[in-house]
Design a protein around this ligand. Structure first.
Ligand code: C5P
Ligand code: MG
Length: 197
């Protein structure tokens, strides 16, 4: 019973590249008691560590818009969860494919309560424009260019969409219209998040 009470609470945050996952998570964190962990950010951070054994692999995968093996992403997430000493997490950009789901299920799922999935739903053309704008404004990301974006969208459609559908069938998904401007989107996010405090 004890272990059940103390299980960390997890919300997955999914959506196409540029849908506003990170932007909305930052807003959530300022109002709600959740820690924001972005799989993409953790990978980018890992890549910059001089003695990381994964640096080169991560570099290649990011540029190609491919999903890195779950041992890496889930390992980074697990570490970050553990090191935070907190118990409510927004896990942004994960799980992105079936391999991610499988690794999570095997390693973590039984130790946490998955509360829901926030799905930021935005037309892909708008998503691409946002990422290109972000790149032009100096995001410094190696994948905010047309070539990488084409691949990221392809990966999203073929690998991530089915995962969102899977959680949708389990009635875990809150779909949020992410095409509006960030403050308007956040009004809807707040309504959903108020159920999970
Ligand atoms: O979520 P974000 O757009 O920051 O992810 C950037 C890249 O990080 C993805 O295109 C992918 O290459 C990698 N990534 C991954 N596995 C995840 C999340 C992100 O490989 N679960
Ligand atoms: Mg992000």
């Amino acid at each position: 019973m004890m272990s059940k009470v103390m299980r960390p609470k997890v919300i997955f945050v999914l959506g196409a590249p540029g849908a506003g996952k990170g932007t909305q998570c930052s807003k959530i964190v300022s109002d709600f008691n959740y820690v924001h962990l972005s799989a993409g950010d953790l990978l980018r951070e890992e890549r910059t560590k001089p003695n990381s054994q994964y640096g080169k692999l991560i570099d290649t995968y990011l540029k190609e818009g491919k999903i890195v093996p779950v041992a890496i992403s889930c390992g980074l997430l697990k570490n970050a969860m553990f090191e935070s000493h907190k118990e409510r997490f927004l896990i942004d950009g994960f799980p992105r494919n079936q391999d991610n789901v499988d690794g999570w299920t095997k390693d973590v799922a039984d130790h946490v309560d998955l509360q829901c999935v926030l799905f930021f739903d935005c037309p892909l053309e708008e998503c691409v424009n946002r990422c290109l704008k972000r790149g032009a404004e100096g995001s410094g990301r190696s994948d905010d260019n047309e070539e990488s974006l084409r691949k990221r969208i392809e990966t999203y459609l073929s690998q991530t969409s089915p995962i969102i559908q899977h959680y949708n069938m389990l009635k875990l998904v809150h779909t949020i219209d992410a095409s509006k401007d960030p403050d308007k989107v956040y009004e809807d996010v707040k309504k959903v998040m108020s159920k999970y405090i």
